[in-house]
Design a protein around this ligand. Structure first.
Ligand code: ARG
Length: 473
């Protein structure tokens, strides 16, 4: 980015007539946003064209002015897309850079573009247009990720693993059921995104600096041209509201929180201590010192990046705290945290969308782990309850049996029927425990018996997947 010399910037700032001296170089650097708000270039042009069309239709500028503006903007767009646009720090931001170039190209018509508009409503419009396009991309990527979860869950509807609470083996579940839990989380994230999009898809232009404008503008026309669902109702709010950026970062934080939970599980499952899964080498890295290592860098980084997205949310909340109405230059600081949150979410979605279908499941290891740790103890208690024992008594009886097995270093299913009756303290009531209990104490029997909506039985998982598929379309 060149800072001045020959060019437009030398002709001084758009606002400089009121000043006796130019800003210092440090102030120029401190206050400029063009280094990062260049990302708005194309939406800035789109917004300007819609504004100019409205000005011409309302006879605020001439048809010739409009034609000149359209021609100039077409050239500027080409220059930007070709990477040939000369961005100048001295011109402060994306808006003044484009406007100055327009005037250089087409003369006076360029100077009339800003009629009835301020950079305050212009930047608020750019932000919304830019974020809207990002939200739509993210929503599509979320749909892809959700469908990757459905496919993997379908493949593993009957794959048995230990379910945990407190990271202790709790009860057997199916891996498909576990994956569908993430499907639910990402589905709620998708709906949060749609909610916030609907709230912010409104046009700020027309608010001008803060109080509106004296020209006979038609805001509805501009809103329609830019695919907004309507206009911002209040001009002060239109230029100063950044709720939508905060809402996006709140969405992003919750989404990343979900990703971090998944990541933590992937890291655990990939550890040889668990050994439940493998990931293709392209998602892992080695160690420069320990030749045997295969590190799950992608999930670890996603876990780490969650923190920076929370930081983006806190930055924006703090930025907006106590700001008096209406626009304040503080608001220029809204962009980098928002860009960072969008970029991080997009990259994370891309990489997980690519990785999830390639999670390699070691079904025998998962099943063996589910068979350890008395995961079916609750099933035994439920069995006794169905035979007539009160749940508390059943719980105690099974606890005795587990204790006996721990002492003998064996599993519940290793006991004979007589031994099990004795271990439960139920040898005097043989009618409570029959041979049919052993089928139930297997991990397969345990998951099979959870046959209700939202349960872990393979049929229920398949039903949930079918339902989800119909909603995903
Ligand atoms: N670059 C500014 C921003 O991002 C544009 C709006 C400037 N408005 C002003 N009154 N100085 O917020």
């Amino acid at each position: 980015m060149s800072s001045t010399k020959n060019s437009l910037a030398n002709k001084a700032q758009a606002w400089s007539a009121r000043f006796n001296e130019p800003v210092s170089e440090l102030v120029q650097r401190y206050t400029a946003s063009v280094g990062f708000d260049q990302r708005f270039a194309l939406v800035d042009i789109t917004g300007s064209l819609a504004h100019a069309e409205m000005l011409a239709k309302q006879k605020i500028i001439s048809a010739q002015d409009l034609a000149d503006i359209q021609k100039g903007m077409a050239q500027i767009k080409t220059e930007i897309e070709a990477g040939q646009f000369n961005w100048q720090l001295a011109l402060e931001d994306v808006h003044l850079n484009i406007e100055a170039r327009l005037t250089e190209l087409i003369g006076d018509a360029g100077k009339r573009l800003h009629t009835g508009r301020s950079r305050n409503d212009q930047v608020a419009t750019d932000l919304r247009l830019w974020l809207r396009a990002s939200v739509d991309e993210i929503s599509d990527s979320l749909t892809l990720l959700r469908s990757a979860f459905l496919n993997l869950a379908e493949k593993h509807a009957g794959t048995i693993m230990p379910g945990h609470t407190h990271l202790q083996v709790a009860q057997p579940i199916t891996f498909g059921h576990h994956l569908m839990a993430y499907y639910e989380m990402f589905t709620r994230d998708t709906s949060r995104l749609a909610d916030l999009r609907a709230r912010f898809n409104r046009l700020p232009l027309g608010a001008a600096a803060l109080a509106g404008t004296t020209y006979p503008i038609d805001r509805e026309q501009v809103a329609h041209a830019l695919d907004f669902d309507g206009i911002c109702n209040n001009s002060l709010d239109a230029v100063s509201d950044r709720d939508f950026a905060i809402e996006f970062c709140a969405f992003a934080s919750i989404f990343m929180m979900h990703v971090s939970r998944l990541s933590e599980e992937l890291v655990l499952w990939l550890s040889p201590r668990f050994g439940f899964i493998d990931l293709p080498d392209r998602f892992c890295t080695g160690s420069s010192i320990m030749p045997q290592k295969k590190n799950p860098d992608v999930p670890e980084l996603a876990r780490g990046k969650t923190g920076r997205v929370y930081g983006d949310l806190i930055s924006l909340l703090t930025l907006m705290k106590s700001q008096p109405l209406a626009y304040n230059k503080d608001n220029q600081e809204d962009k980098e945290p928002l860009f960072d949150a969008v970029d991080t979410v997009q990259d994370t979605l891309r990489i997980f969308g690519d990785m999830v279908p390639h999670i390699e499941v070691k079904a025998e290891v998962m099943k063996a782990a589910a068979e350890e740790g008395f995961a079916t103890a609750t099933d035994l208690a439920d069995y006794l309850v169905k035979k007539g024992l009160a749940f508390r008594d059943a719980h105690e009886a099974v606890a005795h049996a587990v204790k006996a097995c721990v002492g003998r270093n064996c599993m519940l299913t290793d006991l004979s029927l007589a031994e099990l009756r004795f271990a439960c303290g139920l040898d005097s009531r043989p009618e409570l425990l029959g041979d049919d209990v052993f089928e139930l104490l297997t991990v397969e029997g345990s998951v099979q018996s959870r046959q209700h909506a939202g349960g872990t039985a393979p049929e229920q998982v398949l039903r949930a997947i079918k339902q989800a598929r119909s909603e995903l379309k």
